[in-house]
Write a new protein. Structure first.
Length: 152
């Protein structure tokens, strides 16, 4: 039963990957800089991928410790990418009249409302999840030494 549940998820992952590829090609042809909507959507995608990678890491660590370590490293790197996208969101000027208040990250506010509140709420929830499993030093340290030898 567990194998069928795993297999059922793969089409959704392939569809998400195809959607990202399509968007990347479309964005490349237009060459417009990222705006807040793009960064918010990318942040949502990264936090979802981060949650999936967290679950995969936990379930893989016991039966395959070496693979679990690699997944844990990927989990941490993905979090660093997610945090960078959140920071980029706050550096892109608001074009919807939000003004300087949009530059402030105030996740304690409700998620309904301006875009800035949604991304900050999502980021706060994701940061609570990763901080339960990761030290502050690890979150801010570049990862080195995790290499894979490809046998192909």
């Amino acid at each position: 039963m567990n194998a069928s549940r795993t297999t059922d998820a793969h089409p959704y992952l392939r569809a998400a990957t195809a959607g990202l590829r399509h968007h990347a090609r479309a964005h490349t042809s237009h060459g417009t800089p990222a705006d807040r909507l793009h960064l918010d959507t990318l942040h949502a995608h990264l936090t979802s991928a981060h949650q999936l990678l967290d679950q995969l890491t936990d379930s893989t660590r016991s039966p395959h410790p070496a693979a679990g370590r690699h997944l844990a490293a990927a989990h941490l790197r993905l979090w660093q990418a997610t945090a960078a996208v959140h920071d980029a969101f706050h550096t892109v000027p608001a074009d919807d009249g939000e003004g300087s208040a949009a530059e402030e990250c105030r996740p304690e506010r409700l998620p309904e409302g301006p875009l800035v509140l949604t991304i900050c709420q999502r980021h706060l929830a994701a940061s609570h999840a990763i901080r339960r499993k990761t030290t502050p030093t690890a979150l801010n340290t570049p990862l080195h030494g995790h290499t894979t030898t490809c046998s192909q």
